[in-house]
Every structure is written in structure tokens, then in C-alpha cells.
Design a protein around this ligand. Structure first.
Ligand code: TYM
Length: 339
């Protein structure tokens, strides 16, 4: 029987550790959505090649991140690894021809990441893949005809491009073939760096700018203890970005909520002690992440089975992708032959 549920698609790049921005901004939502929707969650290794990267490490990073996702509560049957489904790249090529070059050069992430790429490479290298990245992202989404895309705020512009490409495609082929997907945000769509709350938590900014979900307890506590709260005299009574970020992390963790309420009262009465706040944040994060770490340890004992399961689920999910690509090739005038 055909699955009638609405579908959800989202992906994460295997460029390093999963951090609290990824978890609170996206992955936490992915877990919840599995109860109601047909979910497709990808570990996108083709995307991870767009910046200078270590070829020897990519495959392990891809598996590690896949295991991390399962430890956080993603079901193996929702998961796929992008390079096991080459139709993503095929559809990406087709979409290149329905996307304007100018629009790609205006993507803010392209501007930021091309600067990072030049710094990381020896020869000022910016790959054409980095420019083209949002088109492949569009293929990731539309290949499963996703209704919803749960992502952090930093992905809004890419999602807008996805909708533009879907619209141009539909009007070119004279058929409302693709649904225009909608983004879904958590209550914390932009987690900030604790070292510099004016920027988002991210791996590319360097180690002190992100807290790994699977980091050691001591490291988490240390990073929270040194979190920036107020950068100067704050006489407005308004909460600073750094303090707000810390409060948001407690709330998003779902732990220490009684302490959250009383600390919020302290803030409103003008009597909040940052050291108390930081201790509660660290306790909440350690409590939450310990649960994931326990599951991750159990996975470590059983990696072979899980790898097998993920390969199987990628094969199942690939069938959906193949059906879409076949229909798209018919629609755009390409040949479809079964050899
Ligand atoms: P990536 O791998 O950088 O991040 C994965 C998810 O985590 C979210 N995120 C954040 N949310 C809140 N606060 C933060 N500080 C923070 N940092 C990261 C991201 O918004 C994302 O949802 N281009 C995507 C990967 C991708 C994709 C897709 C996403 C490829 N194809 C198709 C959705 C649909 C990326 O680089 O995410």
C-alpha cells in the first residue's frame, strides 16, 4: 500500500562533529517528526566535498555522523547516505539548467564559505561545487517531493531558491509537478556561539565556537563556564544575546526546567548571577547529552549491523529517488531506456 503520509526531508553534512546548533536547530525536530510523517534524513557526503577536505577521513566521518544521528533518536529506516543515491547528483544537473547563475552568486553562504575556502586551501581555491551547492540541495529536497524541510535559520535562503527552482521547473514543463516545500523551524532556529554570541554556532569558525553533542562532560562544562554573557555595561534591562542563548539552551534541552523558571525570575528582579545560570546550563546539557552518549556507546559495539541496516534503507529510499528522476527525464525531454 502506498504511504499516504506527508513527507519530510532534511540533511546534514559530514564535515565534523555534530554540535548543539545542529541538534537544537534541526535534529531534535527530525526526531519528533518521525512520529507523524514519512521522513527522509540524509548524511550528505557529496556536499562535504565542496570545501577543501581530507579524502582519507570523509568515509569515516560519514559513518560517525550517521551513528551519532541514530544515538540522538533518528530511526535507521529514515536514514540514507547521499552518495549511495547517485540520482541526487543527476537531478542536481537537470536543475542547474533551471537555475540562474546570478542567483547562486548572491547566496550569502556562498560568499561566507568561499572566503573560508580560500583560507583553508593552499592556492586560494573555490570549487565550482561550492557555488552549485544549493542546486544539489534543491535536488535532495525535491527528489522526495518533500512537503516540509526542518532546518535552522541559516538555510532559509537555500530553501527560497528551492522553491524558485521548483516554480521555474513547473512552469517550464507546464505542470504543477513539484510541490513547493515549506521550511520548519524549532523554537531555537539560531543557536549562537558561546565564545562570540554575535555569530552562529558553527564548526567553520573554529573549536571554541561550537559545543559538540558528544563532547566530554568536562569540555562542555568548561565551554559553558567561559561563555560570553554581557559585553560591556548593560543598563537597558534587556537580555543580552549571550544570556538569551544560554537560557534558550536550557529550555531546548528540556532539562532543569524548574531552575530555568527561577533563574528567569532572578533576571526579571535584576538579581541574576551568571555563575548560577552557567551551572544550570552545563547541568542541563550534560544530562541531555549523557543519554545520547550511552546510546552511542551501545552502537559502537554493533557498528557492522547498523552499517548494513543503513545500506538497506538507502537502497529502499533510492527507489523513491529513481521514480522521480524517471518522471523528470520524461518531462524535460531526455531519454529513458531500460538496458
Ligand atoms: P549543516 O550540515 O551545516 O547543518 C545541519 C543542520 O543544522 C542546522 N544548524 C543550525 N541550527 C541552529 N543554530 C545553528 N547555529 C546551526 N548550525 C547549523 C542547519 O540549519 C541544518 O538544518 N546545506 C545544509 C545541508 C543540506 C540540506 C539539504 C538541508 C544539504 N541538503 C537538504 C536541508 C535539506 C547544511 O550545510 O547543513
Amino acid at each position: 500500500m502506498e504511504d499516504q503520509r506527508k513527507s519530510v526531508l532534511s540533511c546534514i553534512q559530514p564535515t565534523g562533529l555534530m554540535h548543539l546548533g545542529n541538534y537544537f536547530g534541526a535534529v531534535q525536530n527530525w526526531v519528533k517528526l518521525q512520529e507523524e510523517y514519512r521522513c527522509f534524513y540524509g548524511v550528505v557526503d557529496y556536499h562535504a566535498m565542496t570545501m577543501p577536505y581530507d579524502i582519507k577521513k570523509l568515509r569515516n566521518k560519514t559513518w560517525d555522523l550517521t551513528f551519532d544521528l541514530v544515538a540522538c533518536g533518528i530511526k535507521p529506516e529514515s536514514l540514507f547516505i547521499q552518495s549511495l543515491i547517485p540520482e541526487h547528483a543527476e537531478l542536481g544537473w537537470i536543475f542547474n539548467c533551471f537555475c540562474s547563475y546570478g542567483q547562486l552568486t548572491r547566496m550569502t553562504q556562498f560568499k561566507d564559505k568561499s572566503r573560508d575556502s580560500q583560507l583553508k586551501s593552499k592556492d586560494n581555491f573555490i570549487s565550482a561545487g561550492l557555488l552549485d551547492y544549493p542546486v544539489l540541495q534543491t535536488a535532495d529536497i525535491l527528489i522526495y517531493k518533500a512537503d516540509y524541510v526542518p532546518v535552522g535559520k541559516d538555510q532559509d535562503q537555500h530553501l527560497e531558491l528551492t522553491r524558485d527552482i521548483a516554480q521555474r521547473f513547473n512552469s517550464s514543463v507546464g505542470k504543477e509537478y513539484f510541490v513547493l516545500p515549506e521550511g520548519l523551524h524549532t523554537e531555537t532556529p539560531k543557536i549562537k556561539s558561546t565564545a562570540d554570541p554575535s555569530r552562529k554556532m558553527s564548526k567553520s569558525a573554529g573549536e571554541k565556537h561550537y559545543i559538540g553533542v558528544f563532547s566530554e562532560e568536562q569540555r562542555i562544562r568548561k565551554q559553558i563556564r567561559s561563555a560570553v554573557t554581557d559585553t560591556g555595561e548593560n543598563t537597558s534591562g534587556k537580555m543580552s544575546e549571550g544570556v538569551e542563548n544560554l537560557f534558550q539552551m536550557i529550555k531546548a534541552s528540556g532539562k532543569q526546567l524548574d531552575s530555568y523558571n527561577s533563574l528567569m525570575q532572578d533576571f526579571e528582579n535584576g538579581g541574576l548571577k551568571y555563575s548560577d545560570l552557567k551551572e544550570v546550563v552545563a547541568d542541563a546539557l550534560v544530562e541531555m547529552t549523557n543519554e545520547f552518549k550511552e546510546k552511542r556507546d551501545a552502537i559502537n559495539e554493533n557498528k557492522r549491523d547498523l552499517k548494513y541496516q543503513i545500506k538497506q534503507s538507502s537502497e529502499e529510499i533510492r527507489k523513491v529517488a529513481q521514480d522521480t528522476v524517471k518522471e523528470v527525464k520524461d518531462l524535460v525531454g531526455l531519454l529513458n531506456v531500460k538496458f
